[in-house]
Design a binder for this molecule. Structure first.
Ligand SMILES: [Zn+2]
Length: 75
């Protein structure tokens, strides 16, 4: 036996609200930037020469952490 009309309406309303599940589309996770190079894929390497390892300057080198991709390896 159905309840009163008012109760049925409330029940229906509850059902519809319950069905409205928040289907938030999670944004694609951006790849984490490589820390040592800051996402550039290149790091400045200090160039050293001689027996005393005297620094003569800096040279752009391939980031060894991400191998030039700029994206932190997820391992
Ligand atoms: Zn890197």
């Amino acid at each position: 036996m159905p309840k009163t009309r008012k109760e049925r309406v409330i029940a229906m309303a509850r059902k519809t609200t319950a069905r409205r599940t928040t289907t938030k589309t999670t944004p694609a996770a951006e790849p984490a930037k490589c820390q040592p190079c800051g996402g550039t894929g290149q790091t400045s390497v200090t160039v050293r020469v001689g027996r005393k390892r005297r620094p003569v300057g800096q040279q752009d080198g391939l980031c060894l952490d991400c191998f030039g991709t700029g994206i932190a390896a997820s391992s």
